[in-house]
Design a protein around this ligand. Structure first.
Ligand SMILES: Cc1ncc(C[n+]2csc(CCOP(=O)(O)OP(=O)(O)O)c2C)c(N)n1
Ligand SMILES: [Mg+2]
Length: 578
């Protein structure tokens, strides 16, 4: 028999080249320029991670999938390419899902790839290892969800995921990869042919000329115009066109949190410090990549005053129009194309807005800035928010290319107002949901994607959601400086439980030394009790490029309930004594 077989196949005949699901997925990712994966290993994706790393893909191992997911989400925002997160089945998948939903809500392109258990067993609910119908669970929480069952479909599956994530309004995409898929073998040449390089993944969407004209007519008719820049405008990377448009229009602009820096906060047209005035008194409001959601009080009510208003909205998603109030001039298109079309149609002699309006806005802004200035210069110990943020404000001014990550309640709301941003996409934060937990994932994602120093300004509660990732930061030696605004709790560290021995629900261990945590992993820890100490420590950290955690001791009584959004807490008509 052995002889017969040898006769059929000469000893020197070439082996038929084979490939498998592992390699096809790696090749498909690389073919599309997706060269970073954020995840947590385990069955069934451990070997995939190893092989991807060996092939030159940067595979970053996190301590919890949610943080890996946030890193991928912010990578999507910063690069316009989908960030890729990799998780194990069921619990790992669920841990990553919050970040996927967050990416979708914030319009960041991201792909969550998760290993899953065997379909036959899952569908009969026979109790497989980490059994869960992940595709069904992911579907309502993301923009699109796909499952790949055959190795020959990996190329198409990834292509669909990339297109869904980045085209139109970007968002999160789920890609379900059952364990068996990885080991499936097929002919290498056929496998190679099955891969798809996505051509023009986010095609330009050019707005209609009459929509552009209508928008400019409405803007021109304004007596008190306002432009609001949203994070969609920052995402678009149409920085020069947006700057030219705003400057040519002469209209005061208000940047939403993550749009800060598209034009510097110190720009003469910036109305950030006159927010209430411009919302209330404007008569025409043009939104560029900003939505009229809760962050803008839905475009109505007290914050917007009684004066009748007309809204112009530029957005890639037609369904966004009229979501909360009537949009007088909808412009549907991608921000880059739309702003270019507006600039083009403005012509050479666009009239400046009425000077009394500009004067009103400028003097309100200057008045508010002047009022704030002395508070930012205090050197109190323990620090209050203003003293601590005053020094961080100066540091960011001197280092405008550093990326600022920010979360917390008071720590978020006050930092957003106080720290000026000078360059596009340098401030990344809690986004549309006001979610705690983005901190270390964002810091890692931003450091990896940009190579720039990262300054993460974190409430002590906010930090706790992702704090274990300081080990990840130390392991990869990332240039991240974490400053924890330690006021002993959520909003304030002074609450007491009137009914028993347990601490109040909003307070933590008093006088905690978060700086000691990072020392366990070889990072630098500093305890800062005054603005001067804080300044020295942050400057040293950024100069060194070494992982650093600074415990900034904040007066536990300094904050207010829910920061700036205490009004959203439900109140009962019934006044009961607690
Ligand atoms: C995932 C999630 N859980 C809970 C909350 C509710 N929440 C809002 S702010 C906050 C923490 C605020 O405290 P801290 O970060 O210490 O900031 P501070 O106001 O004390 O400066 C919490 C828990 C949230 N926004 N997101
Ligand atoms: Mg706190």
């Amino acid at each position: 028999m052995a002889d017969a077989a040898a006769k059929e196949k000469p000893a020197d005949a070439p082996e038929r080249e084979l490939t498998d699901g592992f390699h096809l997925l790696i090749d498909a990712l690389k073919l599309n320029g997706l060269t970073t994966i954020d995840g947590v290993p385990g069955i069934p994706i451990t070997d995939f991670g190893r092989m991807a790393q060996a092939s030159g893909i940067r595979v970053l191992s996190f301590r919890h999938e949610q943080n890996a997911g946030y890193a991928a989400a912010i990578a999507g925002f910063l690069t316009k390419k989908p960030g890729v997160c990799l998780t194990v089945s069921a619990p790992g998948f669920l841990n990553g899902l919050t970040a996927l939903a967050h990416a979708t809500t914030n319009c960041f392109p991201m792909i969550l790839m998760s290993g899953s258990s065997e379909r036959e067993v899952v569908d009969l609910q026979q109790g497989d290892y980490e059994e869960m119908d992940q595709l069904a669970i992911a579907k309502p929480l993301c923009k699109a969800a796909f499952r790949v069952l055959h190795a020959a479909d990996i190329g198409i599956g990834l292509a669909r995921a990339i297109r869904a994530a980045v085209s139109g309004r970007p968002g999160g995409v789920y890609l379900d990869l059952p364990a068996k898929l990885f080991g499936q073998v097929m002919d290498a040449a056929a496998g190679q042919k099955s891969l798809v390089k996505v051509i023009d993944p986010a095609p330009a969407q050019i707005p209609a000329a009459d929509a552009v004209k209508r928008a400019l007519d409405v803007l021109k008719s304004a007596k008190r115009p306002l432009i609001i820049l949203g994070k969609g405008a920052a995402y678009a990377q149409a920085d020069d066109a947006i700057k030219s448009f705003v400057e040519k229009s002469g209209v005061p602009f208000l940047p939403m949190s993550m749009a800060k820096g598209l034009l510097p906060d110190t720009h003469p047209q910036c109305a950030g410090a006159a927010r209430s005035t411009v919302l209330k008194d404007s008569d025409v409001v043009m939104m560029i990549g900003a939505r009229l959601n809760w962050l803008l009080s839905h475009g109505k009510g007290k914050a917007w005053g009684d004066a009748p208003k007309k809204f112009i909205q530029i957005d890639i998603e037609p369904k966004e129009m009229d979501s909360n109030v009537e949009i007088a001039a909808p412009v549907v298109g991608d921000i880059g194309s739309a702003v270019a079309a507006l600039l083009n149609a403005m012509g050479g002699n666009w009239p400046a807005p009425p000077s009394d309006w500009i004067k009103t806005v400028t003097s309100k802004r200057d008045e508010n800035v002047a009022k704030m200035a002395p508070r930012l210069m205090n050197n109190n110990s323990p620090m209050d928010y203003h003293g601590a943020l005053g020094v961080l404000r100066t540091i960011v001014k001197e280092r405008p290319d550093a990326i600022l990550v920010n979360e917390g309640a008071n720590t978020l709301d006050l930092a957003r107002g106080i720290i000026d941003v000078y360059q596009p996409r340098k401030r990344i934060d809690v986004g549309t949901w006001g979610v705690m937990g983005i901190g270390m994932g964002y810091a890692i994602g931003a450091a990896i994607e940009t190579g720039k120093p990262v300054l993460a300004v974190e409430g002590d509660s906010a930090f706790g959601f992702s704090g274990m990732e300081i080990e990840t930061i130390c392991r990869y030696q990332l240039p991240v400086c974490v400053v924890i605004f330690n006021n002993d709790g959520i909003y304030r560290g002074t609450d007491v439980n009137s009914a028993g021995a347990d601490p109040a629900t909003t307070v933590f261990v008093k006088g905690a030394r978060y700086d000691k945590m990072i020392e366990a992993f070889g990072g630098t820890g500093v305890n800062a009790t005054s603005p001067d100490e804080l300044k020295r420590a942050v400057n040293a950290a950024i100069d060194s490029g070494k992982p650093t955690l600074i415990n900034a001791v904040i007066d536990p009584g300094a904050g207010s309930e829910s920061g700036r959004i205490g009004n959203l807490n439900p109140q009962s008509a019934l006044r009961k004594k607690s």
